[in-house]
Design a protein around this ligand. Structure first.
Ligand code: ATP
Length: 321
């Protein structure tokens, strides 16, 4: 269900608002049900400006153009999965620089077919469709670009004036963002092909508001607002992420792959010298992390002293008792 056009019309109209017209009342009521604070006076509707609401025009206007002249933004109230939609667009030959977001995903995906819980009312669930430089073997590095960009956006937010707390950000290989040791965001990179060549479909899910972390995950997962002790504005966080992501993406486009990994490592405590379990099928093997390869694979040393390279496996922290 796409975001009603009315939201963009209201955003463009600003304090003038728009006159009620046949059909607009139903759209207003729908938007209100989804939490948009639309006001009305003398048969006119207004959308007060804030930094939380996800409105395509506001996201477009606020996103700085660093590597994209213009980011096209398409919003959905509910969708199966933003990555699924992104894959369909990419297969249809989308030229890239497209952001698809949703207020909720009914079938949000993580790695290896796992589910990403995406309840309405407080998360950021979005996908970027991109056409990066063609060294496909290096495309997985964009997961690291996204993780580092989110870390940078959160750190900047935590250091901004009047903000109540600094974030204890830690990046867990390969795709998780932890806050205070709990997972608050994840990245899912997929690829698709069309007659216009291959494309990257990069999905990000961020728990922003308290309450958007399902009960059964609360021991291992948290939200940005819970960790901050204050409500964090979703669009502000999204726009700062898009700024830092573009900075990292331009490193990628310039072949500065080592710099991308250095950025990521700066925000991770786990890539070197940390005891982990390597989870393979039914068994877990103890090992110690010992760096990243040029392509971003994790190197681990087993108890036998053998160094193995893990491309996309499952790694769990081994905590001392
Ligand atoms: P992990 O490393 O945490 O085992 P993963 O990196 O292999 O997970 P992901 O693709 O990042 O897998 O995410 C899917 C997993 O994350 C799910 O299996 C679930 O345990 C957890 N999860 C699902 N939804 C959320 C959420 N909204 N917030 C935090 N964690 C979630």
């Amino acid at each position: 269900m796409p975001v009603p056009d009315l939201l963009d019309q209201l955003a463009r109209a600003g304090p003038r608002g728009i006159e009620e017209s046949p059909g607009s009342r139903a759209q207003v009521e729908l938007c209100r049900q989804w939490g948009f604070q639309i006001q009305e006076k003398d048969n006119r509707f207004f959308l007060p400006f804030d930094s939380d609401s996800l409105v395509p025009v506001w996201i477009e206007q606020e996103t700085p153009g660093i590597v994209w002249d213009r980011l096209r933004v398409e919003g959905f109230l509910a969708i199966g999965s933003t990555n699924e939609e992104g894959l369909a667009r990419a297969r249809g030959g989308d030229p890239g620089a497209l952001l698809i977001y949703a207020e909720t995903q009914t079938a949000g995906r993580g790695r290896k077919g796992r589910r990403w819980e995406s309840p309405p009312g407080g998360g950021l669930y979005f996908t970027l469709v991109l056409k990066p430089a063609p060294d496909l073997n290096r495309w997985p590095l964009l997961t690291f670009v996204a993780g580092a960009a989110l870390a940078q956006a959160l750190i900047e937010l935590g250091e901004s004036e009047g903000f109540p707390a600094r974030f204890a950000v830690d990046l867990k290989w390969p795709n998780d963002v932890l806050l205070g040791g709990k997972k608050a965001a994840g990245v899912l990179l997929e690829t698709a092909c069309s007659a216009r060549g291959p494309a990257v479909v990069l999905g990000v899910g961020i728990n922003v508001r308290p309450g958007c972390v399902p009960e059964e995950l609360r021991l291992r997962a948290s939200s940005v607002s819970d960790e901050a002790g204050a409500l964090v504005a979703r669009r502000k966080l999204l726009v700062r992420f898009l700024y830092f992501f573009q900075m990292g993406y331009s490193l990628f486009e310039n072949g500065r792959h080592a710099d991308i990994l250095e950025n990521w490592k700066r925000h991770s405590s786990m890539w070197d010298g940390v005891p982990v379990w390597i989870v393979e099928a039914e068994k877990s093997i103890p090992a110690v992390t010992c760096g990243l390869s040029d392509a971003g694979a994790l190197r681990v040393r087993t108890v036998e002293g053998i160094v193995e390279t893990i491309l996309a496996g499952d790694v769990r922290l081994r905590r001392s008792r």
